[in-house]
Design a binder for this molecule. Structure first.
Ligand SMILES: CCCCCCCCCCCCC[C@H](O)CC(=O)SCCNC(=O)CCNC(=O)[C@H](O)C(C)(C)COP(=O)(O)OP(=O)(O)OC[C@H]1O[C@@H](n2cnc3c(N)ncnc32)[C@H](O)[C@@H]1OP(=O)(O)O
Ligand SMILES: NC(=O)c1ccc[n+]([C@@H]2O[C@H](COP(=O)([O-])OP(=O)(O)OC[C@H]3O[C@@H](n4cnc5c(N)ncnc54)[C@H](O)[C@@H]3O)[C@@H](O)[C@H]2O)c1
Length: 695
């Protein structure tokens, strides 16, 4: 777990725990022994700590937080480093994060490869840097930088770390050689001044003001999250309390956070985000199918989605042909794309070099012929099946045989789009979420024809453009919108029954979602719901009228049509739900529990049906889709995780209750899988990732 070697007078302690050299229990034991050995060896005059393989330790082993803590603790091991009279050098490459950075902060010196990143991402899993990080980083950087890094969890590259004094020097080339060379240069130098515990925090006199500033920032920016608040408290303590007292405060807050439900949910989300990349579909999976190389791409339609998708592709270095039917829309689209990228440069989120390259990669066009040689097309025209089929048929004839043809449709069956071509194996869905350049989720969809190679390629593109991608089977609405369907429909029904948009929204916002269903509807455009409803009716051969309350025996809301007919399309027309007149205080107080249950339990029920049908392979696929597609609060772990926390039998009973009361809404027909799991009291660990037998 820790490889020990001596090079002349320098002992090298190389942490060897792939893939990320996390400080699991046996690494802590191995490091403890190796430190003792190096201290005892009189021939050793300096010590280098580094990581084997791809990285310096990336932190504590997160999986161990679910188990009882085993000694030695990280702090206990690391304190030996600071106490020794031999200089200790952290030689950093890859990602030096969390407990890894804390280890480095106990060393007397830190050097890093130019491409290395350091940071304290603990806040993202609902905890804080609990091995003295909150007390030691401010002693090096001052409160401001430490508060920023610890409350945001952001990683910084070596040049920025050098600027803040977190590292002493940057190096190129081999880590061990650089470490040994540096260690030799500092042998026999006095060490008192290199021990952070002896230092004071340079801007301690402004502790109150800086802490207040960050407290209001985190409460606004990370509304509902507990850890950022405790991070501010712990970092402030570094300036207001003696070192040992500060450590006690850090430890108290850490224990509180570790025991909180939020951290458990956020850790679940961390592993789920990784689990969804291990996709599978009939005939292949992430291990057996290899992605095709993609260099040039095309986006069809320069509207809301097309422009956002183009930004994602351009920022990742893909060439993008942007095709429109209308010259004016094309010009506006190009302006929008430039505006988004320039705005991102101004905010420091996109490097200038990336923006300049993006400008050269964008090829606006009105000619389909320009798309003949591209490797991937993503269509984002109006939500209309016959239009999409017409475009796919044209592309099929025109593009080279290897071109993949994908649609950003929100709901249309990919099989029905694929059959317009003779290359169904190369047709798939790539469903982005609005705004496409911002929302992290990419829902990739396979049809009965799509090949695993196509799936592997679009999952790979998703990764390269920085999305969290899930792969699902095609069905009406796919995973996300199908499950979101009951959520939106119930919200409309609640209105028809007397609630106001503000009331419904605030219940969901109090749960932790950044926006309730009506504000979200205003943002996305209320015409989309109407078009989806009309397309669905058309596919069933039904003509809807203004007062249609049923579609094929199923209750539908008349409000969808009313809003559309009145031109209240949301933000884009300046009026949507939020200029809808409130029926002035005469309605009964809404039953918040019912709002929550009707919105959430209906889609949880749909989630179990999605699992039952294999549309999503795992509950993690669903939860990650909600976290990244609908900004579901990570601290609740996703709706399936949330359902499990509430108890599947309670959920099942309430679903049966609503089914009895709302017989015309098929989304209340209880899921068979939910019944089975709740009857048999199956723990979530058994219906999580890869447990096919559950079905
Ligand atoms: C309850 C009573 C109280 C008892 C008292 C207890 C006291 C405890 C005191 C604790 C002191 C804690 C000190 C410390 O401050 C805490 C920490 O260090 S928390 C961890 C901080 N680090 C992170 O959060 C890093 C997370 N990882 C990443 O960001 C990325 O993995 C990466 C390192 C940037 C690498 O990214 P990629 O190259 O893309 O690789 P993957 O992300 O796919 O990861 C590969 C593989 O590794 C798994 N993994 C990654 N990090 C960890 C980790 N820290 N622990 C465990 N496993 C990790 C990851 O899940 C992948 O595996 P897979 O899931 O695919 O199987
Ligand atoms: N807006 C959302 O929130 C959202 C989210 C996810 C998916 N979607 C889906 O994305 C697609 C596009 O939605 P949008 O909101 O961007 O629509 P939009 O109306 O903003 O843009 C559509 C664009 O497509 C262009 N277009 C139409 N026919 C064309 C053709 N034959 N050739 C070239 N261009 C053509 C139009 O001129 C228009 O600029 C739809 O399928 C929609 O369901 C939308």
């Amino acid at each position: 777990m820790v490889d020990y070697s001596v090079h002349g007078q320098v002992a090298v302690l190389e942490v060897n725990n792939p893939p990320v050299n996390a400080f699991s229990h046996n690494v802590r034991v191995g490091l403890d022994r190796s430190i003792d050995k190096a201290i005892k060896d009189t021939n050793v005059k300096a010590i280098v700590i580094c990581g084997k393989g791809r990285t310096f330790p990336a932190g504590a082993d997160i999986r161990e937080f679910d188990q009882p803590h085993k000694e030695p603790s990280l702090t206990l091991v690391f304190e030996k480093l600071e106490k020794t009279t031999k200089p200790v050098v952290a030689a950093i490459h890859g990602t030096c994060l969390g407990g890894g950075l804390e280890c480095a902060l106990f060393c007397h010196y830190r050097i890093a490869q130019k491409t290395a990143r350091v940071g304290f991402p603990e806040v993202q899993i609902g905890i804080l840097p609990g091995a003295a990080g909150t007390q030691r980083l401010p002693r090096l950087t001052g409160l401001h930088v430490a508060m920023d890094m610890i409350t945001s969890g952001r990683h910084i590259f070596a040049p920025e770390a050098l600027k803040y004094g977190i590292i002493d020097e940057m190096f190129t080339g081999d880590v061990i050689n650089a470490g040994i060379k540096f260690a030799k240069s500092v042998m026999n130098k006095p060490l008192e001044d290199r021990c952070l515990m002896n230092k004071t925090v340079k801007d301690a006199d402004q502790a109150d003001q800086i802490a207040d500033e960050f407290m209001s920032l985190v409460k606004r920016k990370y509304k509902g999250f507990e850890a950022p608040i405790d991070c501010v408290k712990a970092v402030k303590a570094s300036a207001t309390l003696p070192y040992r007292e500060g450590l006690k405060m850090e430890s108290r807050l850490m224990q509180k956070l570790l025991l909180s439900g939020q951290s458990a949910a956020q850790r679940y989300a961390f592993f789920s985000e990784r689990a969804v990349s291990r996709w599978k579909m009939p005939g292949g999976n992430f291990q057996t199918a290899k992605p095709l190389p993609i260099k040039s791409t095309a986006v069809i339609g320069a509207g809301t989605m097309g422009t956002g998708i183009a930004v994602c592709l351009l920022n990742a270095g893909y060439q993008v042909y942007l095709l429109e039917q209308n010259q004016k829309f094309l010009e506006n689209g190009v302006k929008t794309i430039r505006g988004i990228i320039e705005g991102s440069v101004r905010l420091g989120k996109t490097p200038m070099a990336v923006a300049q390259k993006a400008a050269t990669l964008l090829k606006p066009t009105m000619k389909y012929e320009d798309l003949a040689d591209v490797d991937l097309v993503i269509e984002a025209v109006y939500e209309n099946l016959s239009l999409k089929r017409e475009i796919f048929s044209k592309l099929d004839k025109l593009c080279k045989p290897t071109t993949l043809l994908c649609s950003n449709t929100s709901s249309l069956d990919i099989d029905r789009i694929g059959t317009a071509t003779k290359r169904g194996d190369k047709v798939a869905g790539m469903h982005f979420f609005a705004p496409a350049y911002y929302m992290r989720l990419l829902e990739n969809i396979y049809s009965t024809q799509t090949s695993p190679t196509t799936a592997a390629t679009i999952m790979d593109v998703g990764r390269k453009i920085g999305k969290v991608s899930v792969l699902v089977k095609s069905c009406q609405g796919f995973l996300a919108n199908r499950m979101r369907g009951p959520f939106a429909v119930e919200a409309y029904f609640l209105l028809e029954e007397g609630s106001t948009p503000q009331e419904v929204d605030s219940v969901m916002e109090n749960l932790g979602m950044p926006m309730g269903p009506f504000k979200t509807g205003d943002l996305s455009g209320l015409d989309i719901g109407y078009k989806i409803q009309t397309e669905l009716a058309k596919s069933k051969g039904v003509e809807l009228s203004v007062d249609s309350k049923f579609l094929m025996g199923e209750r539908i809301s008349t409000l969808t049509r009313t809003m559309y007919d009145n031109g209240r399309l949301g933000r884009k027309t300046g009026k949507g739900w939020y200029r809808y007149e409130k029926p002035g205080g005469k309605l009964a107080t809404p039953d918040e529990e019912e709002i929550l249950e009707r919105l959430m339990y209906s889609c949880i029920n749909e989630g179990f049906k999605i699992l039952e049908e294999g549309v999503a392979a795992t509950p993690e696929d669903i939860d990650i889709s909600w976290i990244y597609g609908f900004s579901w609060p990570k601290y609740l772990g996703g709706p399936m995780y949330y359902a499990n926390r509430i108890g599947l039998d309670k959920i099942y009973q309430r679903i049966c209750y609503y089914h009895e009361n709302f017989p015309y809404s098929s989304h209340w027909i209880p899921s068979r899988l939910l019944l089975k799991l709740s009857e048999n009291k199956v723990p979530m660990s058994q219906w999580c990732s890869g447990t096919d037998s559950k079905l």
